[in-house]
Design a protein around this ligand. Structure first.
Ligand SMILES: [Zn+2]
Length: 87
């Protein structure tokens, strides 16, 4: 679609995988792509850190804790953050 490299994770995909990454359930190939994206995208690295803190403090770091609704909210938050974040 845009200039994404094949196999490269988009910011949106990363957000969808964040909980699996934090739970350690992300398969190794996906994990590698995830970490590659983090290495070149400070915004997503900050988002991951924020999610880590949030989930840890909630004490609910499990797959069940992120329902479809929560996931949508997260994606919405992420979009807002992308939009309002200064360049
Ligand atoms: Zn990103």
């Amino acid at each position: 679609m845009s200039g994404e490299l094949p196999g490269d994770l988009t910011c949106r995909e990363l957000v969808e995988l964040v909980t699996e990454y934090l739970e350690g359930t992300l398969p190794p190939p996906e994990r590698t792509r995830f970490e590659l994206h983090l290495a070149v995208c400070p915004g997503c690295a900050a988002h991951l850190h924020q999610m880590h803190v949030t989930l840890r403090s909630a004490g609910r770091l499990s797959e069940r804790s992120l329902s479809g609704e929560a996931r949508e909210g997260l994606l919405r938050t992420f979009r807002d953050w992308k939009r309002t974040s200064p360049p």
